[in-house]
Design a protein around this ligand. Structure first.
Ligand SMILES: Nc1ncnc2c1ncn2[C@@H]1O[C@H](COP(=O)(O)OP(=O)(O)O)[C@@H](O)[C@H]1O
Ligand SMILES: Cc1ncc(COP(=O)(O)O)c(N)n1
Ligand SMILES: [Mg+2]
Length: 576
């Protein structure tokens, strides 16, 4: 069966009608059930029609559109991982799932062996019976459309044969798109334990390597494939890459993670014509368990999305480097080689996960919004302003720094996050999703012409707070559909900090009555009129947001205290 790398699929550009949902996509002819495969690119034209496909394109979900008889289907790029399970979840199937998830690709799994494994070593290996490996392969390949097959631990010659046979048996799912085959010839774990003995070498040489688009041995595996040669230098790696290429794979990547003499992490990529020396700084960390599996899965994921082989390898190496650097100080297990964090999440969450509770509508009670102009005028830093507001009773803070330099703003935002975490007060950033991500704020507040809440949600994740400014019941409804947590309604009264289109108390009431989300009123509110706002008496109205009445004053602490007391009193009388 002919496997060829995605880079070798001829990309024929067929132009779609200008206004069609598919304009801007690349069409790739294929032979099988679906006559065309279309790789989606983000559209150049942002006013693309709002069909589901156009919407997917707009959000650049990396989906694939298949068309048949004029009908379109949306599909996520799909990698099938055929590998062993690692109970410690640093390598094997678990690493493959995490790497594919991190790279935005679907991953199905065929498990060849279950290992009892941790950061100390491999305590046991239970090989899955050959006919059951065959059954798993059949289940996936007879039903699902796989773009790339990736192999890891194939623990016996019998399983190599079963795998080879299954690929021949189910060409329909694979051949139309000429799925790529990525072979990671796993033999020995980082801890030095044998995962697949020398008996499999014949199967690799005769069956798998000739059909592989890329094979990715580490130094020991390359040595074993070549019958036990020593590989100690970059030159040795080049010779090994060439010799392994002669066994049939279209590309070879010799991984140099274990090259003792090198300060860099050097891999050699050979495509049959050219050698590429891929170097990255060697990260000093014990957490390198699973780097090989992750690299191969990431290559598979990038190929599934339509990358060329060299580009897939480069992205994969950069991804491993980033993940190692990010996770270098994480401690999981007591052994010599720990796992790393594929989703680049653990470190950030561990360090900053002290927010004691999720967002509550009552957090909107006294909502303090900073203003750089006012802070400058009164000669205080953002952090001093925030500290004073919290001490005075503010229940949530928003940094609204429209003209701050990005670096200065980020530094202040980080300091404010610390202050707010200490006091258990949520901190939101106005408009700047990038700043919110970089300082790990609790969320963002966006206006009608800022980042759409759905996109903000996709970028920030499910746990962050998203607020949206709304003037009308329709906008409030849209915010709810888009996954916002609250809405800010205003301006209620005229103000100097915003353009003067006010909704008044009547407009505020209309929005509050119709809104399914909690509402905070904003715009020209202070001690003189806060009572009249809260007295509209609609249960969704949870509080007032204040800028000038707190920050355009000599004493932020004093003004916040005063307003807090007044709101408390009003709340009691409204309830009573
Ligand atoms: N300490 C490190 N710093 C940066 N990159 C590394 C480090 N260790 C391994 N790598 C990279 O991780 C990938 C996997 O390599 P390697 O660890 O040699 O494979 P395996 O896990 O199969 O033994 C390679 O791209 C290699 O260069
Ligand atoms: C199930 C399984 N598959 C692969 C590896 C190799 O990974 P590493 O070389 O990082 O130990 C492993 N340890 N366990
Ligand atoms: Mg390794």
């Amino acid at each position: 069966m002919a496997y060829s790398s995605c880079s070798q699929i001829p990309l024929t550009s067929i132009s779609f009608p200008k206004n069609s949902a598919l304009s801007g996509a690349t069409q790739v002819p294929s032979k099988g059930f679906y006559p065309y495969r279309v790789l989606i690119h983000p559209p150049a034209n942002s006013r693309a029609p709002q069909t589901p496909i156009a919407a997917a394109m707009q959000e650049d979900k990396g989906l694939i559109v298949e068309t048949s008889d004029g009908k379109s289907k949306l599909r996520i790029p799909h990698v099938l991982s055929v590998a062993g399970s690692d109970s410690g979840a640093g390598a094997g199937i678990q690493a493959d799932l995490k790497a594919c998830a991190a790279r935005g690709v679907y991953c199905s799994t065929v498990i060849t062996a279950v290992t009892a494994q941790n950061t100390v070593g491999v305590q046991g290996v239970n090989i899955v019976p050959e006919d059951f490996v065959a059954e798993q392969l059949k289940s996936v390949l007879s039903d699902m459309h796989v773009d790339v097959v990736k192999t890891g631990m194939l623990p016996s010659l019998g399983i190599v044969k079963v795998f080879h046979h299954s690929l021949k048996q189910f060409p329909v799912q694979v051949e139309p798109l000429k799925a790529a085959l990525v072979v990671d010839p796993v033999m020995v774990s980082t801890s030095g334990d044998v995962l697949a003995g020398p008996s499999i070498l014949a199967g690799f040489r005769e069956d798998l390597l000739p059909m592989a688009d890329i094979v990715t041995p580490n130094l020991k595996e390359a040595a074993a494939l070549l019958g036990g040669v020593q590989l100690a230098t970059v030159d040795d790696m080049r010779s090994a890459a060439k010799a392994i290429h002669d066994m049939g794979p279209r590309n070879v990547l010799i991984k140099g993670g274990d090259l003792a003499a090198s300060f860099d992490a050097v891999d050699i990529f050979f495509d049959g014509e050219n050698f590429y020396e891929l170097r990255s700084p060697r990260i000093t960390t014990r957490n390198t368990h699973g780097t090989g599996c992750t690299l191969a899965s990431c290559i598979a994921a990038e190929l599934a999305k339509g990358s060329s082989m060299l580009s897939a390898v480069r992205v994969a190496k950069r991804y491993v480097e980033t993940a190692l650097d990010y996770s270098k100080d994480i401690a999981i297990g007591n052994g010599l080689h720990g796992p790393f964090d594929h989703l680049l999440k653990l470190k950030r969450d561990v360090r900053n996960s002290c927010r004691p509770r999720p967002f509550e509508p009552d957090d909107l009670f006294l909502y303090a919004v900073t203003d750089s102009g006012m802070n400058k005028k009164w000669g205080r830093s953002i952090r001093d302003a925030v500290k004073a507001a919290i001490e005075g009773g503010a229940t949530i803070i928003q940094l609204r720094e429209k003209d701050a330099e990005t670096r200065d703003f980020l530094e202040s935002a980080k300091a404010c996050v610390e202050i707010c975490r200490f006091h258990g007060i949520p901190l939101l950033i106005n408009d700047r999703i990038d700043i919110a991500l970089a300082c790990n704020a609790d969320g963002v507040h966006v206006g009608q012409s800022d980042m759409p809440p759905k996109v903000a949600r996709a970028l920030l994740g499910p746990e962050k707070i998203i607020g949206v400014s709304c003037k009308t019941p329709e906008q409030a409804h849209r915010a709810w559909i888009d996954g916002a947590d609250y809405i800010g309604c205003g301006g209620v009264f005229p103000t100097d900090t915003k353009e003067n289109i006010t909704v008044g108390l009547g407009g505020l009431k209309d929005v509050c009555v119709s809104s399914k989300l909690p509402v905070v009123a904003i715009g020209g509110i202070g001690a003189s009129n806060a009572r009249s706002v809260m007295e509209i008496g609609v249960p969704t109205l949870k509080g007032v947001a204040v800028v000038s009445a707190l920050f355009d004053r000599e004493s932020v602490l004093g003004e916040t205290r005063k307003l807090h007391a007044l709101l408390k009193e009003t709340a009691l009388s409204v309830k009573g």
